[in-house]
Write a protein that binds this ligand. Structure first.
Ligand code: HEM
Length: 149
């Protein structure tokens, strides 16, 4: 944990919000279909989880379909998200990389083994995020699609 700086630590905690809620299939289907050119499934994905994702999100799925982001305890705000990362069951690349990268892996392991630490730190991180301030047309850029300025 010592090597993880404060900013990275907040980021990891915030990503823990993916322990509840839904995601549309198009947010992650690049990992289960035609991943890069040489292999079809992201090799960091757990095999069983990858096949479950494929059955819930077949090719050309209705774009309105959304699935649980936490496959084990989707209605509980708990540290299962971090335990899932240890098993290759992070839904997004940005989730799984937290366990693959040696800079964030120790933090993932700490939160996976101690739910109280996760809860306390999540409260601090999301409160900070809430104080970042709201941008409007005068001082910022309001996007209808987050990926396009
Ligand atoms: C550093 C923290 C976080 C990271 C890196 C992160 C990353 C992501 C990524 C990459 C996606 C896929 C969507 C896309 O690519 O457009 C996503 C989806 C989502 N995230 Fe996060 N997230 C974070 C924090 C949060 C928080 C704090 C919440 C809720 C309080 C949240 C709720 C969601 C939801 C509901 C979706 C699904 C959206 C959809 O399918 O339309 N995330 N997140």
């Amino acid at each position: 944990m010592k090597s993880v700086d404060a900013l990275l630590c907040w980021l990891i905690h915030l990503a823990g919000a993916h322990t509840v809620g839904f995601s549309h299939c198009n947010k992650f289907n690049n990992r289960i279909y035609n991943f890069k050119s040489h292999t079809k499934v992201d090799p960091t994905l757990n095999d069983l989880y990858a096949s479950q994702l494929k059955s819930m999100c077949p090719r050309n799925v209705d774009p309105r379909i959304a699935i649980d982001m936490d496959p084990t305890t989707p209605r509980a705000f708990d540290n299962a998200y971090f335990k899932n990362l240890q098993k290759g069951m992070g839904l997004f690349t940005s989730d799984q990389v937290l366990f693959m990268d040696p800079r964030s892996k120790p933090a993932v392991e700490a939160f996976a083994s101690n739910s109280k630490t996760f809860h306390a730190n999540f409260v601090a991180a999301i409160t900070k995020l809430g104080r970042v301030g709201i941008k409007n047309a005068q001082n910022g850029n309001i996007r209808s699609d987050c990926s396009i300025i």
